[in-house]
Design a protein around this ligand. Structure first.
Ligand SMILES: [Zn+2]
Ligand SMILES: [Zn+2]
Length: 219
């Protein structure tokens, strides 16, 4: 009797082990980013994607799908695409035909005032801010740190398909996550320092994942 119980137990353990290892092998992106199953439920937030100017609803929906795939496992969120809006003319810096990213943030913040949503503006136009001791410096994205609005632009991206990476970078700034302290080249939170390196990035490094968890835990 005891022997058959032991045989049954061993058999069960073997079945359990094989069902774990027979699962789909994580892709290199998933393995490198280590972002699987790290999402604490208390991180839940609603995100509005706001297409601006000639950024189409279709493109915004594609970005939504990318974010559901890559952001939701890091930060539990519900994502909605809003109807298109024009960027107010007052945001334009005429001498360079660029939009002041900070002014766009102000415009987006006005829209979601009083809510705890995050609104992310999406544009194909060039956006800029004054950083690195330079007036009106072209950037890929800007966010309050922390705050309820971000803006991202495809204009300076080498690969337009990498917009989800810029979006996650700015969104996590909006949740209070600073730049990567390890300066890891593959980490989405590495400071761009004016370089266009998003094509190299694939997830959050362990250090940034830990920082994100402690920020969520303290909210
Ligand atoms: Zn990092
Ligand atoms: Zn940044």
């Amino acid at each position: 009797m005891r022997k058959s119980f032991v045989t049954l137990a061993v058999g069960l353990i073997i079945i359990l082990m094989s069902s774990c290892s027979s699962g789909k092998k994580p892709s290199s992106t998933e393995a490198d980013s280590g972002t699987l199953c790290t999402c604490p439920p208390e991180s839940f937030i609603h995100i509005d994607l706001q297409p601006l100017g000639d950024f189409s609803q279709k493109e915004a929906n594609q970005l939504k799908e990318e974010l559901e795939k890559h952001l939701v496992p890091i930060y539990l969120s519900e994502i909605e695409v809003l109807p298109k809006k024009d960027i107010p003319a007052s945001c334009l810096y005429k001498p360079r035909n660029r939009y002041w990213a900070g002014k766009i943030l102000g415009f987006l913040k006005q829209q979601n005032q009083g809510s705890d949503f995050v609104t992310i503006g999406l544009t194909h136009r060039d956006i800029s801010t004054s950083i690195h001791r330079q007036y009106n410096y072209g950037i890929m994205g800007l966010s309050f740190l922390p705050g309820e609005a971000c803006v991202v632009s495809t204009y300076r991206l080498k690969r337009k398909d990498d917009l989800w990476k810029v979006t996650i970078h700015e969104f996590l700034h909006s949740r209070g996550l600073p730049h990567c302290k390890k300066n890891a080249p593959k980490c989405l939170m590495q400071d761009a320092h004016g370089k266009n390196t998003f094509y190299m990035k694939n997830g959050l490094c362990q250090d940034c994942q830990n920082s994100m968890k402690s920020i969520i835990g303290n909210q």
